[in-house]
Design a binder for this molecule. Structure first.
Ligand SMILES: C[S@@+](CC[C@H](N)C(=O)[O-])C[C@H]1O[C@@H](n2cnc3c(N)ncnc32)[C@H](O)[C@@H]1O
Length: 259
């Protein structure tokens, strides 16, 4: 990958390489099944694409996943007939992607690069997307213009993200939401989270101005709300109750203008 990477991207690459095996062991089982069924679901609360209908029909489309991790998503889309490409910063995450390709027999290109500088020609893809992927860790002012550049006119950029509202309830260095506004809203951009990862977010208005400056039209901002789940306990129960009252995550749905 290019050596033009910024220092926080270098930090994130090292950190994702370190935590990748644990991430795949503990978090990925939640989405592993979709690689075998093709039925994808968005975000921490697993809201089915079949209900949200963010992509529409994907067969025959050129689709790039930005921050593909173990490629459970891209594998599912390849199973549904898309020409998938998985891109990730971390070589260890891409090793897990290759293992899944061997297991499923579904192969597609895997590329190691940062979302801030991607090795694709202008107008290469019909869809660029991420589910809590690269847009949660790359500087938005670099990654969003890159995504817009490689989208075809009329193409779709869709990505899920922690909501800006949620971010400002998490104490600096903390790892869960509170019921107070404990961080500055206007300073959201790049910040180090409890895992030592540098995360990214922006105030809502800045997101919208950035999209517009890249020729991206906002089709929707889905503020996803999980179903109440009384079977959950402890931390998961508290997170579910929080997200029933306020948006913990959101999905941007953006259309590249035809010009
Ligand atoms: C939370 S994981 C999500 C991956 C996948 N969507 C999943 O649900 O398992 C975020 C991924 O983004 C990747 N990533 C972080 N910063 C990136 C960047 N600047 N460019 C490309 N990928 C990045 C990480 O290596 C990691 O695999």
């Amino acid at each position: 990958m290019s050596d033009g990477v910024t220092s926080y991207v270098r930090t994130n690459r090292a950190r994702w390489n370190e935590i990748s095996d644990d991430y795949q062991r503990f978090n990925a089982p939640r989405i592993r099944g979709q690689a075998f069924t093709g039925d994808v679901a968005w975000g921490l609360w697993g809201l089915p694409e079949s209900e949200l209908d963010i992509f529409g029909e994907v067969a025959g489309l050129d689709i790039l996943e930005m921050g593909c991790g173990g490629s459970q998503w891209s594998t599912a889309l390849a199973r549904r007939g898309a020409n998938a490409v998985g891109l990730d910063l971390s070589e260890r995450q891409l090793t897990h992607s290759r293992e899944l390709q061997q297991e499923t027999g579904l192969t597609f290109p895997l590329v190691q690069a940062s979302a801030e500088e991607v090795p694709f020609a202008d107008r290469s893809f019909h869809i660029v997307f991420a589910d809590h992927g690269a847009f949660s860790f790359a500087d938005p002012t670099r990654a969003i213009p890159e995504a817009a550049r490689i989208l075809r006119p009329g193409g779709l950029l869709a990505f899920s993200h922690i909501s800006p509202l949620y971010e400002i309830t998490v104490a600096q260095g903390g790892d869960h939401a509170s019921r107070g506004l404990v961080r500055d809203y206007f300073n959201l951009r790049l910040f180090t989270d409890a895992d030592g990862l540098v995360s990214a977010n922006l105030p809502y208005g800045e997101w919208i101005r950035l999209f517009r400056s890249c020729g991206l039209l906002v089709e929707d901002l889905l503020e996803t709300r999980p179903k109440a789940d009384p079977s959950l306990t402890g931390r998961q129960r508290a997170d579910n109750e929080w997200a029933r009252r306020w948006p913990s995550e959101c999905i941007w749905r953006l259309r590249r203008s035809a010009f």
